[in-house]
Design a protein around this ligand. Sequence first.
Ligand SMILES: NC(=O)c1ccc[n+]([C@@H]2O[C@H](COP(=O)([O-])OP(=O)(O)OC[C@H]3O[C@@H](n4cnc5c(N)ncnc54)[C@H](OP(=O)(O)O)[C@@H]3O)[C@@H](O)[C@H]2O)c1
Length: 265
Amino acid sequence: MDIRDKIVLLTGASRGIGTYIAKTLAKNGAEIIGTARSVDGLNVVKAEIEKDGGVFHALPFDLHKINELSSLVSQASAINGDVDILVNNAGIEHYNEYQDYSADDVRDVIKINLRVPMELTRLLLPSMLEGGGHVVSIASLAGKKGVAYNTPYSASKAGLIMWTDGMRQEYHESKVGFSVICPGYISDAGMFYDGHVDPPALLGTSKPQAVADAVLKAIRKNSAEIIVNKGPMKPLLAIGQISPSFGDTVVRKFGVSKVSKKRIK
Ligand SMILES: NC(=O)c1ccc[n+]([C@@H]2O[C@H](COP(=O)([O-])OP(=O)(O)OC[C@H]3O[C@@H](n4cnc5c(N)ncnc54)[C@H](OP(=O)(O)O)[C@@H]3O)[C@@H](O)[C@H]2O)c1
């Protein structure tokens, strides 16, 4: 899909990786409707994009209000017509030992990371099926291999990956594409960077711009899945599929669990 003049609804647009996605899509000619709770954050992004000649509409919304998403979709469509592209980027994580999670923490991670993208897509799909469209969801490598002390997050991202997989097959012959992006550890901005913990030395980090570039590529090429990681990750993931217990050993050797444990507040 050519993104010029397309209307993009982007969640999580107030900070972190979402700001890079907003700027990259705007620079390539899309009209961005950015949503998040922070009005200040959205307005900063709006000013930066408009300074460069792009178009950004701030649409504040708390995604916890999942039963009111139809109102978000109506407000978005009222701005300049139907949404062509949905980017499900908003996400949350809570690190903890599993027995210490509250039921609300588990529910919220699954809600924001998985149920909201599914529900927004359900609401936007009828108009996309008529006019064409694309849905990009930002999952994580944590959805390809489970991560200790962040297990509800891993479950939510694995769900997002497999839901996208099914949607791609179901709508294969339609005018709507579905892509999932799986970033590893991201430097400079976002939830990992904000945690102030060093990444596992062997895995390293990628730049947030690499995630934004992957979103652009996914829309243009209708990519099924893009992994954003410094080193080669696909062979390791393949080994983990063939032998999950060997995969566990590799993950422990890389120090992923140790890094996650440090992030328990
Ligand atoms: N950073 C990484 O290393 C990394 C790695 C892999 C995958 N990811 C994924 O990349 C995506 C972006 O992450 P990030 O690192 O940029 O995270 P972030 O810096 O924490 O930003 C999260 C965004 O989601 C929004 N959000 C959170 N809860 C919300 C709610 N209830 N209602 C509306 N908006 C809400 C936040 O806006 P408000 O707080 O203003 O509402 C913010 O704009 C996420 O899906 C994350 O899982 C990140």
